[in-house]
Design a protein around this ligand. Sequence first.
Ligand code: PEP
Ligand code: MG
Length: 781
Amino acid sequence: MFGITTLEDISTLILQSHDLDETLNNIVTLVARRMRTEVCSIYLLEDDELTLRLRATRGLSRRAVGKVAMKISEGLTGLAVEQSKVVSILEPQAHPRYRYFRETREERFHSFLGIPLFDRRRPIGVLAIQTLAPRQFSGEEISALSTIAFQVSSIVVNARLLDAIRQKEEQANRFVQELEQTRQSLRRQSNDDGNDDSPARNDYSALRGIPAYPGIAGGPANLLDERLGFTDIVDQGEVEPERERRLLEDALEKTRIQTLYLEKQVAARLSSDDAAIFHTHLMILEDRGFMQKLLAAIEQRRHSAAYALKTVVSDYVEAFGRMEDAYLRERAADMEDIGRRILANLRGQNQQPLQLKNPGILVARELLPSDMASLDAEKILGIVTEVGEKNSHAVIMAKSMGIPTIVGVKGVLKRVAPDENLILDGNSGTLYINPPPQVAEEFERLEADRQREVQRFDTYREQPARTADGQDIKLRANIGLIGDVAIALRNGADGVGLYRTEFPYMAHGDFPDREEQYRLYRRIVEDFDGRPVTIRTLDIGGDKALPYFAPPLEDNPFMGWRSVRVCLDHRDMFRTQIEAILMAGVQGPVRLLFPLISSMEDVRACKEVVGEARRHLRAAGLPFAEKMPLGVMIEVPAAVYLAERLAGEVDFFALGTNDLIQYLLAADRNNPLVAKYFDPLHPAVVGVLGQLAQTARNHRIGLCLCGEMATDPIHMALLLGLGVREFSMAAPFIPRTKAFLSRITLAQAEKIARAALTLGVGRQIREHIRKELAEQDILDF
Ligand code: PEP
Ligand code: MG
């Protein structure tokens, strides 16, 4: 009977297959036999996305394979693609879309079932079956076939992917050969001319990027290898290939098992669609080419298993990264993920934290929050990245650590060699490579000035945050890592306004259990010694991924399955975190915050989980805070619209302006191309913030603004005037903000806000505030 065994057989077929045609043939044979149909065929869509070609068949003439092709606007097979849904038809000849191909002799068949194949939502082909006798397929049969169609889709995608890598590799090899030939002929020429063949080297150069966090730093370059965790893996010279090979095979086997497990787990909890990513990983882990390259690096080049993995995975990542097709480019992240996991298994660990040998300037292509979570902050004097935007989470973390940072420095990895002397000017966004003594001296002078400025603000650390006319303002810290606690306390933060709990999750090799989370939260609550700590539940997705929980590939991750949406779909994990937070509430004043709320259903569902968590803890006899203020992040425009209603459900609002601005203005917070559209002083943003402050006042609930905009005194002046009295920010900004507050009165701020609300252009609002502050002699920050 058609059922689970067929599915298992197909899985085995897929796992063992490396050749697309052979696999497709095996699948059509198996399906036709198990379904007892005379025909099973697979058609794939060509690159033009308009033509379907027969790629494998059981029952139709073999000669038709590769020849029979039709437009998607033709035939019943085309109809399945065109409509993106299952087409099930009795007596197909009578259907207006029927098209006859002589090669296939299809006139004999009296029923047709076509199931479209998809790569995510993009159609890529059709699985079709036909029978001699008229037959109505049952819902169960159609659903089983749809599962097979899903599996077929994933092998097609993977096979194409591996093919693309092979082609790119061949291209790259050809290119290297050509380059070498050119080089040799140039050398011959210059020897003929009697020249020295080493070009003169200009040692000093400067590169420009986007300033992300101000400050100046100098030191040796610390190059970070592409987030693979391979930084400290070097070629060890002579190794024992047999031993390395065994180590590698063991690690690969473990990684395969873990991947299978991950796939099953995700498929059971979510859908097989979501689990598809792990199938891709499995295909790569099973790919003969991948294996051969690893073995060649060990056996022929005598590399250690780890070094072989480093070189092979980096080659793949690079090849993918260069691809034009956005989908294929995204595969680079999969390769990285696989590389990390194999490496972790090679080292017998779940997840190896990245190690930097000496303090220096970290130079990387891109930093993900998980890198920042695992790097030793003490050793990072400055950060330079090739890509990335200044609002990315990694940069937010760099800010909270107070590390001068420049992003978007094109070509930096090619221009900088390990340990080369660098000076990073985070104020102007310039990176100096091997600067001459005069430049170095100038920077020493600037650094001394900066230190003096820091000292000037130092006096404010211990002082209360108060306006010139005596209004107390709450300035709390945004924290993510445990190291942020000391920074927050040192900078005189009044507790924590936003604890981004995803960062400790990122630093782990697996989901931390309740006890682990509780210990961490308790420690933070105790360190703040009676000052409030707002703990936000897991906010992954968007640009924040967990190394062990790959989010599904999405066209629009910031609009997708992120944050509280992930949590509500993983209730056990969500409840576990809430339980740990409730338990930590026994140690001090904790507030519980839910991110990315976009409906009343969201907030009610979150409260339901809080109820479940309480019941669970009570039943287990564990102490927890019976009363804990609950809050929601207002960061989705829908929540702004629902603010009055939401205010009736919770104790406080947290204004997440980083996301709120991006969603309100449809301007990606990380995309430099639209940076000018991401304007915190856009009249729409100003209006919304004023309205939210009013709503919170009317309902007498708390309101804390925790987006990055609060760190700019121009914004702060306006926000005060709009009625915001509580802020949370990267702690190094707190002393400076206190200094600013001490010079402005509420009346001045309110005057600024009143005028701003009447202006219709962001630039005018900025100019107006600047002018007002300058006139009042407030702005010398
Ligand atoms: C925000 O969106 O403004 C916010 C504070 O949250 P995050 O930056 O973590 O998304
Ligand atoms: Mg946010």
